[in-house]
Design a binder for this molecule. Structure first.
Ligand SMILES: [Zn+2]
Length: 132
């Protein structure tokens, strides 16, 4: 066989259907969504786990919906760690937690219990009847 000997050039992987919107699966809820609606988290070759807003970092990627209900299990129930088979380094966790914090609260009627919100109770009857 006369196989043309290409120099070992790295060929970028072509998406199979260029016009098709690439779809990814959220690792928590397993919903398939267009890739751009999902947040990519990457395990870098240096052993960090970080957000990848551009989707271009090298490393192993995992996708999550930009929703608290997906990020909370991802960070707090070890879903990301299972996905990447490593513990999230503390500094990376901070950055991911900060991202989780930036997500808007969800309005979906979730059966989950709400965190007890501390309400600063204003002392009511502080103003006595002032007779001027
Ligand atoms: Zn999800």
């Amino acid at each position: 066989m006369a196989d043309a000997q290409h120099p070992s050039k790295k060929k970028p992987k072509q998406p199979q259907r260029p016009r098709h919107v690439p779809q990814r699966t959220c690792i928590v809820c397993r919903q398939v969504r267009p890739k751009r609606e999902l947040i990519r988290v990457v395990r870098t070759p240096a052993g960090h786990i970080e957000l990848d807003p551009t989707g271009k970092k090298s490393g192993r990627g995992a996708y999550l919906c930009a929703r608290r209900s997906c990020w909370e299990p991802a960070l707090h129930q070890g879903r990301l760690e299972r996905e990447f088979e490593m513990a999230i380094p503390a500094e990376d966790r901070l950055a991911l937690e900060a991202y989780l914090d930036s997500l808007p609260p969800e309005t979906a009627p979730a059966p989950a219990k709400k965190p007890a919100r501390q309400r600063a109770k204003a002392p009511a009857a502080e103003n006595g009847p002032s007779d001027k």
